[in-house]
Design a protein around this ligand. Sequence first.
Ligand code: HEC
Length: 145
Amino acid sequence: MKFKPHKQSLLILLWIAVLPLGLVSAQGSNSIWEGTYTDAQAERGAEDYAASCASCHAADLRGNSSTPSLLGLSFMFVWEGRTLGELFDQISTEMPTDQPGSLSAQSYAAILAFILRSNEFPAGDTELASTEAARSEIAITSSAN
Ligand code: HEC
């Protein structure tokens, strides 16, 4: 017996296969593991970080005896379960401690991208816009699920 699939069921299968792609592009990523910033943005953030943050948090983000680390376990200890929006707010309103809020919103977003990349969250195709970062409900989680 020959297998003759209905044209209609093929279409439905195709639709199911394509559906997740459509959802992701329509809503932007809603997981920190789906890529919330671009590599180019993180590069710009690295420069701004070096100029405005590294003097206290160190070039390798590990901080020192008086400044917290922005990396790995100590970073996740503070930020796990909180949102990108909260992190953006804290950085953009309190940092650098000697000149709070002195950078542009784009620069804070780029620095946030750099911090995310340094913590091995994946890059994606769309930049993290500063407005989007500020109100983002995306949770900072240590694993994809
Ligand atoms: C003059 C020193 C100094 C500079 C420059 C500085 N920070 Fe900080 N930062 C601190 C200190 C001290 C703390 C801890 C106390 C606090 O939260 O105010 C801190 C806390 C933080 C925290 C919270 C960390 C945590 O785990 O609680 C983040 C995030 C942060 N800084 C990011 C940045 C970024 C991004 C920049 C550059 C735009 C920056 N800081 C520049 C001194 C500095």
